[in-house]
Design a protein around this ligand. Structure first.
Ligand code: NAP
Length: 336
């Protein structure tokens, strides 16, 4: 029986590399659906996949995870096209207007957090967030809430006892408890909305397991490591090209000693591919599966305990349900 796999944010970077790697393993037994915001880039991604795998089944679907109406209509379309989804990769994500916090950098340099700072960017990356047309914070809506709503909408095709389905989140090592506040889940008052949204996805994954495991739905989170994609290039957008030319060899040098410097989208997708092959019942809901690349260039996946707790995950889940009900009411009023 064909496995149906839907990937959000599949038109570039880690999402596209994941699709390529899945097809390389099994072209015939997969029905791949690329759920993308930018359809021009999605068409180009599909053509590239079909060039290397001409017999593959690769469908496209328009979806903007930051827009409530777009997520709802995309979910309706998915339910018309498929009876069930075996894998839902929640990969779309943004880190807009990133700023390097020089003050935070020097503070971190002389603190016990120095290694964590270099390894995860904790305390040195801030972002300026926007507001969506639904009135939500853009990073929260794109990275977390749109995906939450998608899962809720897709319950009928995801929950089947006896044949489990998997939700797989592309989280980050930049997901820090210190950036997250249960009283401000959209991160309206802070300067680290990206970190907050990723920490919230770690918490949400745990809550989803609590909620849905009995119905045959399992959730896991991964960290792809540090990967050079349009998202990371955005961190230093004003860098002149020659500086990047100098930096890239330096990154490859660091890569030899730092296994989290996976650098290529292919390497970064390692844990996503690894999870594809696991029995979801055997996975630990409290760990993050980390893509790693050894000094010799070998890829592997390692489970690392997350700094999360059941109580906060449940509280976040309740808040998301409440917000969902509010946005649905608002949407109904708009339609009338
Ligand atoms: N690169 C890293 O080092 C790194 C580290 C940790 C975690 N991550 C996570 O990895 C995931 C993939 O990122 P990437 O590094 O591969 O960067 P990327 O190449 O920029 O990919 C991001 C993808 O998300 C899509 N996207 C953005 N906003 C969207 C929206 N509103 N609706 C639907 N799709 C949207 C983009 O599509 P468009 O063409 O529409 O923009 C693109 O396909 C993200 O969740 C990111 O947070 C990356």
């Amino acid at each position: 029986m064909n496995k149906v796999v839907l990937v959000t944010g599949a038109n570039s970077g880690i999402g596209l590399a994941l699709c390529e790697r899945l097809l390389s393993q099994d072209t015939e037994g997969l029905q791949l659906c690329l759920a993308c915001r930018n359809m021009g880039r999605a068409q180009a991604a599909r053509s590239a996949l079909l060039t290397s795998h001409p017999t593959a089944q690769v469908a496209l679907l328009q979806m903007d995870t930051s827009s409530i109406s777009s997520v709802i209509s995309a979910a309706q379309e998915i339910k018309l096209r498929y009876n069930r989804l075996d894998y839902l990769y929640l990969n779309a994500g943004i880190m807009p207007n990133p700023q390097f916090d020089l003050k935070g950098f020097f503070k971190g340099l002389f603190s016990s957090k120095i290694i964590t700072m270099f390894a995860t960017g904790e305390g040195i990356l801030t972002q300026k967030d926007g507001v969506t047309s639904d009135g939500l914070r853009e990073i929260f809506a794109t990275n977390l809430f749109g995906h939450f709503l998608l899962i809720r909408e897709l319950e009928p095709v995801l929950c089947h006892e006896g044949r489990p389905s998997q939700l797989i989140w592309t989280s980050s090592s930049n997901a820090h408890r210190s950036a997250f506040n249960l009283e401000d889940i959209q991160h309206q008052r802070g300067t680290q909305p990206y970190s907050s949204s990723k920490y919230a996805s770690d918490l949400l994954s745990l809550a989803l397991n609590t909620h849905y495991n009995k119905q045959g739905l399992y959730s896991s989170v991964i960290c792809p490591g540090f990967v050079m994609t349009s998202l990371t290039y955005g961190i230093l957008p004003s860098f002149p090209a020659f500086l990047w030319t100098l930096l890239i060899p330096l990154f490859w040098l660091i890569r030899i000693f730092t296994n989290t410097f996976t650098l290529t989208p292919y390497n970064g997708a390692e844990a996503l591919v690894w999870l594809f092959k696991q029995k979801p019942e055997s996975l630990d809901p409290t760990v993050k599966y980390q893509s790693l690349t050894s000094g010799l260039g070998n890829n592997y996946t390692q489970a690392r305990k997350m700094d999360i707790d059941l109580e906060t995950s449940k509280a976040l889940y309740e808040k998301l349900l409440q917000l969902e009900s509010e946005v649905r009411k608002k949407l109904k009023r708009k339609v009338k």
